[in-house]
Design a protein around this ligand. Structure first.
Ligand code: ATP
Length: 285
């Protein structure tokens, strides 16, 4: 039993520190005491952010992770979206994470992508997480500090949506090498991307670029690209901010089905391969 678990247990809690009550003090103490494992081996850390919810940030995170893994890298995903975790489901993982002497062990997907998410620690995956910001933030810190990530070339962080204080704390808690902003082609995109961009700038984290999700739907009969959400302004926005457009993903029912079935690793589409090319070039490991 590690130091953290024993503190929790001493407080009559069996949640290994991932609880909403009682162990907050232990969580705070824990930050400074436990040996930091992750940083020793994790080479590049990339945050996937979105200025607002529901734009497909988790699907983009999973797709980037799968494509990167296929290029032969060791890959991990830290699901920092504590109140809406969807990464384990996309990979069909329902095991509970376990603790070892060294720390919490991440779960592995069929292709060895390492995953840590609050859903791997809850008794039931549909238990809602109704914790306040500071507790959510301390859990994210633990996912970085106390998880035995081992040797990871690229760690993708599925950030909480929006630009709230929780997102700020994640920026502060994890040494990000860069962020990718995910958007959809809608009217408010300019403002939303700018907010995410400004947040990263304030925190001195490089913005690697923008990915536009749900850019279009391909007509199954004639291959025409239909712009369901209107015209894209992503090129102008990126040019205005001096950042790259890293890729565009269409609305693809096969992607939705695969993510619902936990089979995202089976998808062999290369929508975001340009984003990986850029990442490899910009963030050499
Ligand atoms: N390009 C796409 N094609 C088809 N389905 C998609 C696409 N992008 C996202 N979806 C579907 O939309 C739903 C929401 O996606 P996802 O969970 O990735 O959004 P999110 O931005 O992470 O949400 P939140 O902000 O609430 O965390 C999922 O069911 C996902 O499969």
């Amino acid at each position: 039993m590690d130091q953290y678990e024993s503190k929790c247990q001493a407080m009559g809690c069996d949640k290994r520190g991932f609880c909403s009550e009682g162990c907050e003090a232990a969580a705070g103490e824990n930050d400074s005491n436990v040996e930091v494992k992750a940083k020793n081996f994790t080479k590049k850390v990339i945050g996937i952010v979105s200025g607002k919810g529901g734009v497909g940030k988790s699907l983009v995170t999973s797709t980037l992770a799968v494509l990167t893994m296929r290029r032969g890298y060791n890959v991990g995903i830290l699901d920092a979206d504590i109140t809406g975790p969807s990464i384990p489901k996309m990979f069909g993982i329902s095991n509970r994470a376990v603790a070892s002497q060294e720390g919490i062990l991440p779960e592995k997907t069929k292709n060895d992508i390492k995953i840590m998410s609050i859903n791997l620690l809850l008794d039931e995956e549909d238990t809602p997480v109704v914790w306040r910001g500071p507790i959510v933030s301390s859990v994210v810190k633990q996912f970085w500090n106390d998880v035995v990530w081992g040797d990871v070339d690229y760690l993708f962080i599925d950030m909480p949506p929006g630009t709230s204080d929780v997102v700020l704390t994640v920026f502060q808690s994890i040494p990000l090498d860069g962020i990718v902003v995910v958007t959809t082609p809608q009217d408010l995109v300019h403002m939303i991307v700018r907010k995410a961009y400004n947040m990263a700038k304030t925190m001195r984290v490089p913005v690697l670029g923008i990915i536009e999700n749900m850019s279009y739907v391909k007509c199954p009969h004639c291959d025409e690209e239909i712009r369901v959400f209107g015209d894209s302004h992503i090129d102008d926005i990126a040019a205005g901010l001096g950042i790259e457009v890293l890729g565009r993903m269409p609305i693809d029912p096969e992607l939705a089905k695969a993510s619902d079935r936990g089979e995202i690793e089976k998808i062999h589409k290369e929508y975001l391969s340009e984003a990986i090319n850029y990442m490899e070039k910009y963030l050499k490991i």
